[in-house]
Design a protein around this ligand. Structure first.
Ligand SMILES: Nc1ncnc2c1ncn2[C@@H]1O[C@H](COP(=O)(O)OP(=O)(O)OP(=O)(O)O)[C@@H](O)[C@H]1O
Ligand SMILES: [Mg+2]
Length: 512
């Protein structure tokens, strides 16, 4: 048995008196990949924040031992000095700065008081090579996709002499290819003796990479299992997470599809950074009432750009093309107009576009449909409260109440608030962009249930998802997108992962 590098005993962490972690004991073996699983709000991120000094010693009960010695971290910098580095659920790079600047932010290489750019670039290039990222260190981070940003974060961690690397949902926002690359990087780090703690809701990748798996439920450690034990499989992890079996990943549904509700024709969008180049090139699609239409594509295929450009030109320049509702042309040129026509876009990036982190659940839910709560010029506060509370109950949002500040919620629960907010605006056309990103398996089932329910009410649903099983499991019809063009249209019966992958990787121009 390898040595224990890190041990926590009896960790209890309370927020305003409520325990997010109760008496958690955990052993991490040197050189292993240890996965941490659990439902949204189970306490995974909180535990990692305790281990990395984000919550300093004294703000929790219990002890942490590193190499058998009791330690109490005063800050993030303190845990880093001990070789523990955390990469948070929401990435922390500064987009305006270059890769090199981000890598050494806070630990600038200086000689005689000046930043030594030559040394910085040489070291940055070496750091990028370690994670297999072929980019110029002077590239601004804003030009990188999320997969590459993730690698920059890891390169940054590695430049700090990391012994224990904590990754909080690193693949949540990544497509298949980027995820695979990241997992193989983690495997390589393990070969070099780096211990890794990995939080993930993607149980398939947990089974693939982890040596051991610990499941937290309601702030308690319910079980630590070895991957190699014969009875360890995704089912066992799910049972430990939710306390019961989950027979099927998708709720049953009888599609009731009506007439065409929404249509887009000849939609073209210029890239904001290069207006003469197309982000979206002559796209057309339609959605019927009661229909769930999936959009599959690789990272960068243009799915989000398509959705955002339709939703009040929130993305792109030189947008041309037409939108139709029930066969009538509609003006969706501003967000306000799109919403008035009952078209909403639920964004993938909850921090950037979806939520106000500083206000409570209630205010976030009612924000886009305040007129429905206003009588005679007055906001009906009681109704606002009741409606938000009904969503909290229905979507099982883990919070003490709807007056909880959204920034205090766990990542997955924030995602549920985004959904509640847009559902409350009672749209006819709902464009859902990665609606289950960062959502646990049990809650995914609940969200699929809502999506089905909305379809059953006759709404038109567009589903963008990087998880092919999800696209296939929910959609009645699927479009594939590559390089800003539609490369295929597949009926549910004919949809297989292979078929979609083939169309998604097709050259957009050639496939038409
Ligand atoms: N700063 C805070 N103030 C109040 N409550 C908090 C705070 N941070 C976390 N919590 C609560 O602690 C609990 C655990 O949250 P945590 O973020 O650790 O969950 P998680 O397991 O990481 O979930 P997810 O999978 O959704 O990311 C949640 O109920 C959350 O609302
Ligand atoms: Mg979390």
């Amino acid at each position: 048995m390898p040595q224990t590098i890190l041990r926590t005993s009896g960790i209890t962490k309370r927020f305003q008196g409520v325990a997010a972690l109760s008496d958690v004991s955990l052993e991490i073996a040197a050189g292993e990949v240890h996965a941490l699983c659990g439902e949204n709000g189970a306490g995974k991120s909180t535990l990692m924040n305790v281990l990395s000094g984000v919550y300093p010693s004294g703000t929790y009960e219990g002890t942490i031992e590193l190499d058998g010695e009791a330690v109490g971290f005063r800050s993030l910098a303190d845990s880093e000095a001990h070789g523990i580095v955390i990469i948070h659920q929401e990435l922390a790079l500064v987009p305006q700065l270059t890769i090199a600047e981000n890598l050494f932010l806070g630990s600038e290489i200086a000689s005689r008081g000046f930043i030594d750019w030559h040394a910085t670039h040489t070291r940055a290039a070496a750091a990028l090579e370690r994670v297999g990222l072929d980019e110029n260190p002077s590239t601004p981070v804003s030009e990188l996709g999320i997969g590459k940003r993730q690698l920059v974060e890891i390169a940054k961690a590695l430049s700090k002499d990391v012994r224990i690397l904590i990754l909080d949902e690193p693949t949540a926002a990544l497509g298949e290819a980027d995820s695979a690359r990241l997992l193989s990087l983690i495997a390589r780090l393990r070969e070099h003796g780096i211990t890794c703690i990995l939080i993930s809701h993607k149980l398939r990748e947990v089974m693939q990479i982890a040596d051991r798996i610990t499941v937290l439920r309601d702030g308690e450690n319910v079980e630590t299992m070895h991957r190699d034990e014969p009875e360890t499989d995704e089912g066992r992890i799910i049972r430990a997470m939710v306390g019961r079996d989950l027979d099927s990943l998708f709720p049953p549904r009888e599609p009731l599809i009506g007439d065409e509700l929404f249509r887009i024709e000849n939609w073209s969008v210029g890239r904001p950074d290069a207006p003469d180049r197309h982000a979206i090139d002559d796209v057309g699609f339609h959605v019927r009432s009661g229909e769930i239409v999936g959009f599959a594509g690789l990272m960068g295929a243009g799915r989000t750009e398509l959705a955002m450009s339709i939703f009040g030109r929130s993305y792109g320049t030189r947008i041309s093309g037409s939108a139709f509702l029930h066969g009538e042309r509609v003006d969706v040129s501003t967000v306000q107009r799109a919403i008035e026509h009952g078209i909403v876009y639920v964004p993938e990036d909850r921090r950037g576009h979806g939520l106000n982190m500083f206000t409570d659940i209630r205010t976030n839910v009612s924000a886009v449909a305040l007129d429905r709560l206003t009588r005679g010029g007055l906001l009906d506060l009681i109704r606002e409260y009741k409606i938000a509370d009904a969503y909290r109950y229905k979507m099982n949002i883990k919070a003490r109440g709807v007056t909880e500040i959204v920034g205090n919620l766990s990542g997955g629960n924030q995602q549920k608030v985004v959904l509640a907010k847009w559902l409350f605006s009672t749209p006819d056309v709902l464009i859902l962009d990665e609606p289950t990103r960062g959502i646990d398996v049990g809650a995914k089932y609940e969200i699929y249930g809502f999506v089905n329910e909305l379809a059953a009410q006759g709404k038109a649903i567009v589903l963008i998802s990087s998880e092919l099983p999800e696209v296939i499991g929910l959609s009645d019809r699927i479009y594939t997108l590559a390089e800003g063009r539609i490369t295929g249209e597949v009926a549910r019966e004919d949809a297989t992962q292979e078929r979609l992958m083939h169309l998604m990787t097709a050259d957009g121009a050639g496939a038409r």
